[in-house]
Design a binder for this molecule. Structure first.
Ligand SMILES: NC(=O)c1ccc[n+]([C@@H]2O[C@H](COP(=O)([O-])OP(=O)(O)OC[C@H]3O[C@@H](n4cnc5c(N)ncnc54)[C@H](O)[C@@H]3O)[C@@H](O)[C@H]2O)c1
Length: 375
Protein backbone atom coordinates (compact mmCIF):
# COMPACT_ATOMS: atom_id res chain seq x y z
CA UNK A 1 0.00 0.00 0.00
CA UNK A 2 1.30 3.45 -0.77
CA UNK A 3 0.07 6.60 0.84
CA UNK A 4 0.13 10.20 -0.22
CA UNK A 5 -0.64 12.73 2.48
CA UNK A 6 -2.53 15.87 1.46
CA UNK A 7 -2.06 19.00 3.58
CA UNK A 8 -3.70 22.32 2.96
CA UNK A 9 -4.14 25.28 5.25
CA UNK A 10 -7.06 27.58 4.80
CA UNK A 11 -6.87 31.07 6.23
CA UNK A 12 -10.06 32.37 7.82
CA UNK A 13 -10.43 36.12 7.79
CA UNK A 14 -13.53 38.19 8.30
CA UNK A 15 -14.30 41.59 9.63
CA UNK A 16 -16.71 42.58 12.36
CA UNK A 17 -17.59 46.17 11.53
CA UNK A 18 -19.51 48.73 13.57
CA UNK A 19 -21.71 50.89 11.44
CA UNK A 20 -24.85 53.01 11.65
CA UNK A 21 -27.63 53.95 9.21
CA UNK A 22 -26.91 50.76 7.31
CA UNK A 23 -29.45 51.43 4.58
CA UNK A 24 -28.51 55.05 4.04
CA UNK A 25 -27.49 55.33 0.38
CA UNK A 26 -24.14 56.88 1.34
CA UNK A 27 -23.29 53.93 3.59
CA UNK A 28 -21.28 51.50 1.46
CA UNK A 29 -20.86 48.84 4.15
CA UNK A 30 -23.43 46.43 2.69
CA UNK A 31 -21.75 46.56 -0.70
CA UNK A 32 -18.17 46.87 0.47
CA UNK A 33 -17.53 43.16 -0.09
CA UNK A 34 -17.98 41.86 -3.63
CA UNK A 35 -18.60 43.39 -7.02
CA UNK A 36 -20.72 46.49 -7.44
CA UNK A 37 -20.69 46.95 -11.23
CA UNK A 38 -23.44 45.05 -12.97
CA UNK A 39 -24.03 43.20 -9.70
CA UNK A 40 -26.70 41.08 -8.04
CA UNK A 41 -27.35 40.28 -4.40
CA UNK A 42 -29.50 37.60 -2.81
CA UNK A 43 -30.83 39.14 0.40
CA UNK A 44 -32.77 37.30 3.10
CA UNK A 45 -34.53 39.55 5.61
CA UNK A 46 -36.37 38.67 8.82
CA UNK A 47 -40.07 39.46 8.38
CA UNK A 48 -40.18 41.59 11.55
CA UNK A 49 -37.25 43.64 10.26
CA UNK A 50 -38.80 43.94 6.82
CA UNK A 51 -41.85 45.58 8.39
CA UNK A 52 -39.70 48.54 9.38
CA UNK A 53 -37.11 48.65 6.62
CA UNK A 54 -38.78 47.28 3.50
CA UNK A 55 -38.66 50.52 1.50
CA UNK A 56 -35.20 51.52 2.78
CA UNK A 57 -33.67 48.17 1.73
CA UNK A 58 -35.18 48.29 -1.75
CA UNK A 59 -34.23 51.92 -2.25
CA UNK A 60 -30.67 51.18 -1.12
CA UNK A 61 -30.03 48.56 -3.79
CA UNK A 62 -31.93 50.52 -6.46
CA UNK A 63 -29.82 53.60 -5.69
CA UNK A 64 -26.65 51.55 -6.24
CA UNK A 65 -28.05 49.86 -9.39
CA UNK A 66 -27.63 46.47 -7.81
CA UNK A 67 -30.26 43.92 -8.79
CA UNK A 68 -31.45 42.49 -5.49
CA UNK A 69 -33.69 39.52 -4.86
CA UNK A 70 -35.21 40.11 -1.44
CA UNK A 71 -36.60 37.09 0.33
CA UNK A 72 -38.56 37.48 3.54
CA UNK A 73 -38.09 34.90 6.27
CA UNK A 74 -40.17 34.42 9.45
CA UNK A 75 -37.92 34.49 12.53
CA UNK A 76 -38.47 32.28 15.58
CA UNK A 77 -37.03 28.89 16.48
CA UNK A 78 -39.88 27.09 14.71
CA UNK A 79 -38.49 28.39 11.42
CA UNK A 80 -35.07 26.82 11.90
CA UNK A 81 -36.03 23.75 9.91
CA UNK A 82 -35.02 21.67 6.93
CA UNK A 83 -38.11 22.93 5.08
CA UNK A 84 -37.09 26.56 5.52
CA UNK A 85 -33.52 25.70 4.55
CA UNK A 86 -34.79 24.06 1.36
CA UNK A 87 -37.13 26.96 0.60
CA UNK A 88 -34.28 29.48 0.74
CA UNK A 89 -31.93 27.19 -1.19
CA UNK A 90 -34.64 26.90 -3.83
CA UNK A 91 -35.09 30.68 -4.11
CA UNK A 92 -31.34 31.08 -4.43
CA UNK A 93 -31.22 28.54 -7.21
CA UNK A 94 -33.74 30.63 -9.13
CA UNK A 95 -31.57 33.74 -8.80
CA UNK A 96 -28.07 32.82 -9.95
CA UNK A 97 -25.28 34.77 -8.29
CA UNK A 98 -21.58 34.75 -9.01
CA UNK A 99 -19.86 32.15 -6.91
CA UNK A 100 -17.15 34.45 -5.53
CA UNK A 101 -18.09 38.10 -5.61
CA UNK A 102 -21.81 38.44 -4.98
CA UNK A 103 -22.15 37.55 -1.30
CA UNK A 104 -25.50 36.48 0.08
CA UNK A 105 -26.76 39.01 2.62
CA UNK A 106 -28.49 37.71 5.78
CA UNK A 107 -30.35 40.36 7.80
CA UNK A 108 -32.07 39.09 10.92
CA UNK A 109 -31.78 37.27 14.22
CA UNK A 110 -29.77 34.18 15.11
CA UNK A 111 -32.27 31.82 13.52
CA UNK A 112 -32.01 33.56 10.17
CA UNK A 113 -28.22 34.04 10.17
CA UNK A 114 -27.65 30.40 11.24
CA UNK A 115 -29.98 29.07 8.55
CA UNK A 116 -28.88 31.36 5.72
CA UNK A 117 -25.28 30.72 6.78
CA UNK A 118 -25.87 27.05 6.10
CA UNK A 119 -27.44 27.81 2.74
CA UNK A 120 -24.25 29.76 1.96
CA UNK A 121 -22.10 26.90 3.28
CA UNK A 122 -23.80 24.34 1.07
CA UNK A 123 -24.77 26.23 -2.11
CA UNK A 124 -22.19 25.22 -4.72
CA UNK A 125 -20.25 23.81 -1.72
CA UNK A 126 -19.75 27.26 -0.23
CA UNK A 127 -20.35 30.84 -1.31
CA UNK A 128 -19.57 34.05 0.61
CA UNK A 129 -22.14 35.70 2.83
CA UNK A 130 -22.53 38.73 5.05
CA UNK A 131 -24.34 38.73 8.38
CA UNK A 132 -26.32 41.66 9.70
CA UNK A 133 -27.67 40.80 13.17
CA UNK A 134 -30.89 42.52 14.16
CA UNK A 135 -31.47 40.91 17.57
CA UNK A 136 -29.32 41.27 20.65
CA UNK A 137 -28.73 37.50 20.58
CA UNK A 138 -27.40 37.86 17.06
CA UNK A 139 -25.45 41.00 17.86
CA UNK A 140 -23.42 39.66 20.77
CA UNK A 141 -23.30 36.00 19.86
CA UNK A 142 -24.84 34.25 16.84
CA UNK A 143 -23.53 36.58 14.13
CA UNK A 144 -19.93 37.01 15.20
CA UNK A 145 -18.85 33.36 15.01
CA UNK A 146 -18.79 30.89 12.14
CA UNK A 147 -21.40 28.29 13.13
CA UNK A 148 -24.35 27.72 10.83
CA UNK A 149 -27.15 25.19 10.78
CA UNK A 150 -30.71 24.25 11.61
CA UNK A 151 -32.63 21.99 13.96
CA UNK A 152 -33.24 18.42 12.85
CA UNK A 153 -34.85 15.31 14.24
CA UNK A 154 -35.83 17.04 17.47
CA UNK A 155 -32.25 18.19 18.05
CA UNK A 156 -31.01 21.76 18.08
CA UNK A 157 -28.52 22.68 15.36
CA UNK A 158 -28.04 19.03 14.46
CA UNK A 159 -27.27 19.73 10.81
CA UNK A 160 -24.87 22.51 10.04
CA UNK A 161 -21.36 23.54 9.17
CA UNK A 162 -18.63 25.90 10.17
CA UNK A 163 -18.70 28.57 7.49
CA UNK A 164 -17.15 31.96 8.14
CA UNK A 165 -18.96 35.04 6.91
CA UNK A 166 -17.11 37.51 4.74
CA UNK A 167 -18.19 40.31 7.02
CA UNK A 168 -20.43 41.02 10.01
CA UNK A 169 -22.09 44.42 10.06
CA UNK A 170 -23.17 45.65 13.47
CA UNK A 171 -25.75 48.43 13.56
CA UNK A 172 -27.21 48.59 17.03
CA UNK A 173 -30.13 50.78 15.97
CA UNK A 174 -31.88 47.57 14.85
CA UNK A 175 -32.35 46.83 18.55
CA UNK A 176 -34.75 49.77 18.85
CA UNK A 177 -37.67 47.77 17.46
CA UNK A 178 -36.79 44.54 19.24
CA UNK A 179 -39.37 43.49 21.88
CA UNK A 180 -38.15 43.67 25.48
CA UNK A 181 -38.32 39.90 25.91
CA UNK A 182 -35.83 39.49 23.06
CA UNK A 183 -33.58 42.20 24.49
CA UNK A 184 -33.49 40.24 27.75
CA UNK A 185 -32.91 37.05 25.78
CA UNK A 186 -29.66 38.51 24.44
CA UNK A 187 -28.74 39.89 27.85
CA UNK A 188 -28.59 36.32 29.14
CA UNK A 189 -25.63 35.63 26.83
CA UNK A 190 -23.94 38.80 28.13
CA UNK A 191 -24.47 37.61 31.71
CA UNK A 192 -22.86 34.32 30.69
CA UNK A 193 -19.68 36.04 29.56
CA UNK A 194 -19.63 38.34 32.56
CA UNK A 195 -19.89 35.50 35.09
CA UNK A 196 -17.40 33.17 33.42
CA UNK A 197 -14.72 35.59 32.27
CA UNK A 198 -15.25 39.30 32.87
CA UNK A 199 -15.79 40.77 36.36
CA UNK A 200 -15.75 44.33 34.92
CA UNK A 201 -18.57 43.47 32.55
CA UNK A 202 -20.43 41.95 35.50
CA UNK A 203 -20.01 45.18 37.43
CA UNK A 204 -21.21 47.21 34.44
CA UNK A 205 -24.30 45.03 34.24
CA UNK A 206 -24.93 45.41 37.96
CA UNK A 207 -24.69 49.17 37.85
CA UNK A 208 -25.92 50.09 34.35
CA UNK A 209 -27.58 46.98 32.93
CA UNK A 210 -31.20 47.78 33.83
CA UNK A 211 -30.94 51.28 32.40
CA UNK A 212 -29.36 49.96 29.19
CA UNK A 213 -32.09 47.35 28.81
CA UNK A 214 -34.67 50.15 29.06
CA UNK A 215 -32.74 52.12 26.43
CA UNK A 216 -32.44 49.05 24.15
CA UNK A 217 -28.67 49.55 24.47
CA UNK A 218 -28.72 52.87 22.62
CA UNK A 219 -27.28 54.71 25.66
CA UNK A 220 -23.59 55.27 26.30
CA UNK A 221 -23.26 52.52 28.90
CA UNK A 222 -25.27 50.17 26.70
CA UNK A 223 -22.71 50.74 23.96
CA UNK A 224 -19.90 49.97 26.40
CA UNK A 225 -21.63 46.76 27.53
CA UNK A 226 -22.09 45.60 23.93
CA UNK A 227 -18.49 46.42 22.95
CA UNK A 228 -17.12 44.59 25.95
CA UNK A 229 -19.35 41.56 25.45
CA UNK A 230 -18.41 41.26 21.77
CA UNK A 231 -14.72 41.68 22.48
CA UNK A 232 -14.90 38.99 25.18
CA UNK A 233 -16.79 36.67 22.87
CA UNK A 234 -14.30 37.18 20.05
CA UNK A 235 -11.39 36.60 22.42
CA UNK A 236 -12.83 33.16 23.11
CA UNK A 237 -13.90 32.34 19.56
CA UNK A 238 -10.94 33.51 17.51
CA UNK A 239 -8.30 31.02 18.76
CA UNK A 240 -10.80 28.16 18.63
CA UNK A 241 -13.05 28.95 15.66
CA UNK A 242 -13.56 25.31 14.71
CA UNK A 243 -13.92 24.12 18.33
CA UNK A 244 -10.88 21.87 18.24
CA UNK A 245 -10.71 22.53 21.97
CA UNK A 246 -14.03 21.28 23.32
CA UNK A 247 -13.55 22.84 26.75
CA UNK A 248 -15.01 26.24 25.91
CA UNK A 249 -15.82 28.97 28.40
CA UNK A 250 -18.56 30.20 26.08
CA UNK A 251 -20.37 26.90 26.65
CA UNK A 252 -21.18 28.13 30.16
CA UNK A 253 -24.97 27.98 30.37
CA UNK A 254 -25.13 25.65 27.36
CA UNK A 255 -25.17 22.23 29.03
CA UNK A 256 -28.55 21.90 30.75
CA UNK A 257 -30.14 24.52 28.51
CA UNK A 258 -29.96 22.16 25.55
CA UNK A 259 -32.63 19.83 26.96
CA UNK A 260 -34.72 22.73 28.26
CA UNK A 261 -34.93 24.56 24.97
CA UNK A 262 -35.52 21.37 23.02
CA UNK A 263 -38.44 20.29 25.21
CA UNK A 264 -39.92 23.77 25.63
CA UNK A 265 -39.21 25.22 22.20
CA UNK A 266 -42.63 26.90 22.02
CA UNK A 267 -42.24 28.99 25.17
CA UNK A 268 -38.61 29.19 26.12
CA UNK A 269 -36.13 31.29 24.18
CA UNK A 270 -32.50 30.23 23.81
CA UNK A 271 -31.22 32.88 26.22
CA UNK A 272 -33.93 32.10 28.78
CA UNK A 273 -32.84 28.46 28.78
CA UNK A 274 -29.21 29.58 29.05
CA UNK A 275 -30.04 31.71 32.10
CA UNK A 276 -31.74 28.81 33.89
CA UNK A 277 -28.61 26.77 33.17
CA UNK A 278 -26.37 29.59 34.45
CA UNK A 279 -28.31 29.69 37.73
CA UNK A 280 -28.33 25.93 38.13
CA UNK A 281 -24.58 25.89 37.47
CA UNK A 282 -24.19 28.71 39.98
CA UNK A 283 -25.86 26.57 42.65
CA UNK A 284 -23.69 23.57 41.73
CA UNK A 285 -20.59 25.79 41.85
CA UNK A 286 -21.64 27.07 45.28
CA UNK A 287 -22.08 23.47 46.46
CA UNK A 288 -18.47 22.81 45.48
CA UNK A 289 -17.22 26.01 47.09
CA UNK A 290 -16.25 27.47 43.76
CA UNK A 291 -18.40 30.49 44.59
CA UNK A 292 -18.96 32.20 47.92
CA UNK A 293 -22.47 32.84 49.25
CA UNK A 294 -21.97 36.52 48.44
CA UNK A 295 -20.92 35.83 44.84
CA UNK A 296 -23.89 33.54 44.33
CA UNK A 297 -26.13 36.26 45.78
CA UNK A 298 -24.74 38.80 43.32
CA UNK A 299 -25.54 36.57 40.35
CA UNK A 300 -29.13 36.06 41.52
CA UNK A 301 -29.50 39.71 42.38
CA UNK A 302 -28.33 40.72 38.89
CA UNK A 303 -31.03 38.64 37.19
CA UNK A 304 -33.63 40.28 39.49
CA UNK A 305 -32.38 43.77 38.77
CA UNK A 306 -32.58 43.16 35.04
CA UNK A 307 -36.17 41.98 35.42
CA UNK A 308 -35.74 38.57 33.85
CA UNK A 309 -38.64 36.25 34.58
CA UNK A 310 -37.68 32.68 35.51
CA UNK A 311 -39.91 29.64 35.40
CA UNK A 312 -38.74 27.12 38.00
CA UNK A 313 -41.38 24.56 37.01
CA UNK A 314 -39.36 23.68 33.89
CA UNK A 315 -36.49 22.28 35.93
CA UNK A 316 -36.96 18.53 35.60
CA UNK A 317 -33.83 16.79 36.97
CA UNK A 318 -34.27 13.83 34.58
CA UNK A 319 -34.32 16.16 31.59
CA UNK A 320 -31.29 18.07 32.86
CA UNK A 321 -29.33 14.86 33.35
CA UNK A 322 -30.32 13.68 29.83
CA UNK A 323 -29.16 17.04 28.51
CA UNK A 324 -25.79 16.67 30.21
CA UNK A 325 -25.48 13.17 28.76
CA UNK A 326 -26.22 14.48 25.26
CA UNK A 327 -23.71 17.31 25.67
CA UNK A 328 -21.12 14.78 26.78
CA UNK A 329 -21.42 13.12 23.35
CA UNK A 330 -21.14 16.55 21.79
CA UNK A 331 -17.99 17.17 23.83
CA UNK A 332 -16.45 13.87 22.75
CA UNK A 333 -17.04 11.80 25.86
CA UNK A 334 -16.17 14.21 28.66
CA UNK A 335 -18.67 16.50 30.38
CA UNK A 336 -16.38 19.55 30.16
CA UNK A 337 -18.99 21.68 31.93
CA UNK A 338 -17.73 25.24 32.40
CA UNK A 339 -18.34 26.45 35.96
CA UNK A 340 -17.63 29.82 37.53
CA UNK A 341 -14.77 30.05 40.00
CA UNK A 342 -15.46 33.35 41.65
CA UNK A 343 -17.06 35.92 39.37
CA UNK A 344 -14.92 36.07 36.24
CA UNK A 345 -13.08 32.77 36.68
CA UNK A 346 -13.74 29.39 35.08
CA UNK A 347 -13.06 25.70 35.72
CA UNK A 348 -14.31 22.68 33.80
CA UNK A 349 -16.05 19.82 35.61
CA UNK A 350 -16.22 16.23 34.37
CA UNK A 351 -17.85 14.53 37.34
CA UNK A 352 -21.30 16.03 37.83
CA UNK A 353 -23.77 13.32 38.84
CA UNK A 354 -27.54 13.00 38.79
CA UNK A 355 -27.89 13.47 42.59
CA UNK A 356 -25.94 16.72 42.47
CA UNK A 357 -28.29 18.00 39.75
CA UNK A 358 -31.35 16.94 41.74
CA UNK A 359 -30.27 18.75 44.90
CA UNK A 360 -29.25 21.85 42.92
CA UNK A 361 -32.69 21.89 41.28
CA UNK A 362 -34.39 21.86 44.72
CA UNK A 363 -32.27 24.77 45.92
CA UNK A 364 -32.85 26.72 42.71
CA UNK A 365 -36.61 26.09 42.71
CA UNK A 366 -36.86 27.33 46.30
CA UNK A 367 -34.84 30.39 45.50
CA UNK A 368 -36.85 31.30 42.39
CA UNK A 369 -40.17 30.66 44.14
CA UNK A 370 -39.19 32.79 47.15
CA UNK A 371 -38.24 35.63 44.82
CA UNK A 372 -41.62 35.37 43.09
CA UNK A 373 -43.36 35.57 46.47
CA UNK A 374 -41.37 38.67 47.41
CA UNK A 375 -42.37 40.33 44.11
N1 LIG B 1 -24.32 30.45 15.49
C1 LIG B 1 -24.09 30.67 16.75
O1 LIG B 1 -22.94 30.67 17.20
C2 LIG B 1 -25.23 30.95 17.68
C3 LIG B 1 -25.00 31.53 18.94
C4 LIG B 1 -26.09 31.84 19.75
C5 LIG B 1 -27.37 31.56 19.32
N2 LIG B 1 -27.55 30.98 18.10
C6 LIG B 1 -28.90 30.69 17.63
O2 LIG B 1 -29.64 31.89 17.57
C7 LIG B 1 -31.01 31.55 17.61
C8 LIG B 1 -31.75 32.57 18.44
O3 LIG B 1 -31.55 33.83 17.85
P1 LIG B 1 -32.56 35.02 18.12
O4 LIG B 1 -32.83 35.11 19.56
O5 LIG B 1 -32.01 36.20 17.42
O6 LIG B 1 -33.92 34.50 17.46
P2 LIG B 1 -34.70 34.88 16.13
O7 LIG B 1 -33.80 34.98 14.98
O8 LIG B 1 -35.83 33.92 16.06
O9 LIG B 1 -35.28 36.34 16.43
C9 LIG B 1 -36.15 36.53 17.51
C10 LIG B 1 -37.40 37.29 17.12
O10 LIG B 1 -37.08 38.63 16.88
C11 LIG B 1 -37.62 39.07 15.62
N3 LIG B 1 -36.76 40.14 15.17
C12 LIG B 1 -35.52 40.05 14.65
N4 LIG B 1 -34.98 41.26 14.53
C13 LIG B 1 -35.90 42.16 14.95
C14 LIG B 1 -35.92 43.57 15.09
N5 LIG B 1 -34.85 44.31 14.80
N6 LIG B 1 -37.05 44.16 15.54
C15 LIG B 1 -38.12 43.41 15.89
N7 LIG B 1 -38.16 42.07 15.83
C16 LIG B 1 -37.05 41.45 15.36
C17 LIG B 1 -37.67 37.82 14.81
O11 LIG B 1 -38.61 37.90 13.76
C18 LIG B 1 -38.06 36.78 15.84
O12 LIG B 1 -39.44 36.80 16.02
C19 LIG B 1 -31.11 30.13 18.16
O13 LIG B 1 -31.54 29.28 17.13
C20 LIG B 1 -29.68 29.79 18.55
O14 LIG B 1 -29.37 28.43 18.33
C21 LIG B 1 -26.52 30.69 17.27
Amino acid sequence: MSARKITFQHLIEYEVVNTSNLFHPQNWALLSAGRIEDARRFVVVDSNVEKHYSAAIREYFAYHHVEAKIVTFPGGEESKTLDHYLAIAHELDLFPIHRRDEPIIAIGGGVLTDLVGFVAASHRRGVPYIKVPTTLMGYVDASIGIKTGFNFNGNKNRLGAFHAPQMVLLDKSFLLTLPRRHILNGVCEIIKLAVIKDPCLFHLLETRGAQSVDAHFQDEHGGAILDRAIEGMLEELEPNLFEEDLARKVDFGHTFSYGLETRHEAHLLHGEAVLLDILLSTVIARGRNLLTEEEMGRIFHLTDTLGIDLNASLLDPGLLWASLTERTYHRNGLQRVPMPRGIGGCVFLNDINADEIESAVKILEDRINIEHEII
